[in-house]
Design a protein around this ligand. Structure first.
Ligand code: WQD
Length: 320
C-alpha cells in the first residue's frame, strides 16, 4: 500500500516509516518539522505542512492524488501533558483541527484507511491497575481529551462514509529501533533519566508513597519498534472488511515501577548515579498498564521487547 504518515519525521513516525518500507509499503511523510527531523526518513518524500492550518485540507487532497495514497497513519500531535494543562486552547486547535482537516481531505479524495495514534492518556486515572478498552475513558488533561475526541471523530467518519479506522492507545513508548532514531525530546522518564545522568544531575522520583509494591508509580513501557510493528499489523487488519471503528491498547501488559526502571538503567550502564526521592507530580495515576488481550486476539500482535531492551536501546542510540 501507499501510506501517508503524518508526524512521519518524528521519533515514532520515523520508526513507523522504516517498518512500513521493510514490510514492502511505499511511504510519504507529512510533518511541519517543529519536532521532526527530515534526516530520519531518508528519501521518503516529505510534505512540509501544519495540519492545523487553514490550507491543510487542500494541500492534503493534492498530496493524496499526487502520491496515489491508499491509507493514512496519523501520528502528528502535540503531546506534552503539562503543556496541555497550561495551553488547552492551543492543544484543541492543534490536535482537533488536524484531525478535522485530515478527515475532510480523506473523504474528498476517497482515501479509506486510517490508523490513528491515540493514547493511554484517554483513560485518565483509572481505579484499576490494568485497563482494557471497555474501561470508561475519563481523561484528566486536555492532551488526553483531544485524543478521545479524535477517536470519536474517527468513529463518526466510519459511520457516515465508511472510513476503515483503527485507533491505537499507546502506553509509555520508549527505546530506539535504530541507533540514529533516539527519542531526542527530553519529555518522558527514560530520556529524562539518561539526560540527568549525562549532566551529573540526580534523577527525580515523583513520589514513593503510592499504593504500589515499591511505592513508586507503575507504567507499561512499550518499545517503539513493537509500537511501529503494531501499526503495520493494524494496516493489514484494515484490508479485511472492517466496518466499525476499533480501539486497541498497545502495551506489554506488564507494569514496571519508576524504581524498577532506575534499577534497570543502573544494570545497563553499570555505573552509579544520584537519585532524589521527591514529592508526587500532579495528575499522575499510581498505576497504569495495558490489558492487551484484544489486540493479541484480533490482530495477532504481541510486544517482543522487554524493559531491558528498551533501556539498553535508548542508551545505545542516545550515546551516538
Ligand atoms: C512516567 C512515570 C512519572 C519523570 C506519558 C504521556 C503520554 C502517553 C503516556 C502517549 C510517571 C515518573 C517521570 C521524572 C518520574 N503516551 N517520572 N521522574 O506521565 O506516564 O504519560 O506517556 O500518548 O506521552 O501521558 O509519562 O514519562 O512523564 O512518566 O518519577 O523525572 O515516571 O511520575 O509515573 P506518563 P512520563
Amino acid at each position: 500500500m501507499k501510506i501517508l504518515v503524518t508526524g512521519g519525521a518524528g521519533y515514532i513516525g520515523s520508526h513507523v516509516i522504516r517498518q512500513l518500507i521493510a514490510a514492502g509499503h511505499e511511504t510519504v511523510a507529512v510533518d511541519d518539522l517543529t519536532n521532526g527531523i527530515q534526516k530520519r526518513i531518508g528519501d521518503t518524500p516529505l510534505v512540509k505542512l501544519d495540519l492545523a492550518s487553514p490550507e491543510a485540507t487542500d494541500s492534503l487532497i493534492k498530496a493524496f492524488k499526487e502520491y496515489s495514497i491508499d491509507g493514512v497513519i496519523h501520528l502528528a500531535a502535540r503531546k506534552a501533558v503539562g503543556e496541555s494543562v497550561e495551553r488547552p486552547e492551543y492543544y484543541y486547535q492543534q490536535n482537533i483541527n488536524s484531525v478535522t482537516n485530515l478527515l475532510l481531505a480523506m473523504r474528498e479524495a476517497k482515501v479509506m484507511n486510517m490508523v490513528f495514534s491515540s493514547s493511554a492518556a484517554t483513560y485518565g486515572s483509572p481505579d484499576v491497575d490494568q485497563v482494557n478498552e471497555d474501561y470508561l475513558a475519563r481523561p484528566i488533561n486536555p492532551y488526553g481529551e483531544t485524543k478521545l475526541v479524535g477517536e470519536w471523530m474517527m468513529a463518526d467518519a466510519a459511520k457516515a462514509w465508511g472510513l476503515k479506522v483503527v485507533s491505537l492507545r499507546y502506553f509509555n513508548v520508549a527505546g530506539a529501533g535504530f541507533d540514529d532514531l533516539a527519542d531526542t525530546s527530553i519529555a518522558n522518564l527514560i530520556p529524562i533519566a539518561f539526560n540527568a545522568i549525562k549532566n551529573n544531575k540526580p534523577i527525580q522520583v515523583f513520589g514513593t508513597d503510592w499504593p504500589t509494591p515499591d511505592g513508586s508509580c507503575v507504567r507499561d513501557y512499550i518499545h517503539v519498534l513493537d509500537l511501529a510493528d503494531a501499526h503495520i499489523t493494524a494496516l493489514d487488519y484494515l484490508d479485511q472488511d472492517v466496518r466499525e471503528h476499533s480501539v486497541f491498547n498497545v502495551g506489554t501488559g506488564k507494569g514496571s515501577s519508576v524504581l524498577a526502571v532506575i534499577d534497570t538503567i543502573h544494570k545497563v550502564i553499570g555505573k552509579d548515579f544520584d537519585v532524589d526521592l521527591v514529592d508526587r507530580r500532579a495528575g499522575d495515576p499510581a498505576a497504569l498498564s495495558a490489558d492487551v488481550s484484544r489486540i493479541e486476539k484480533a490482530l495477532g500482535w504481541k510486544a517482543k521487547h522487554d524493559l531491558t531492551d528498551i533501556v539498553s536501546s535508548h542508551y545505545r542510540a542516545s550515546s551516538n
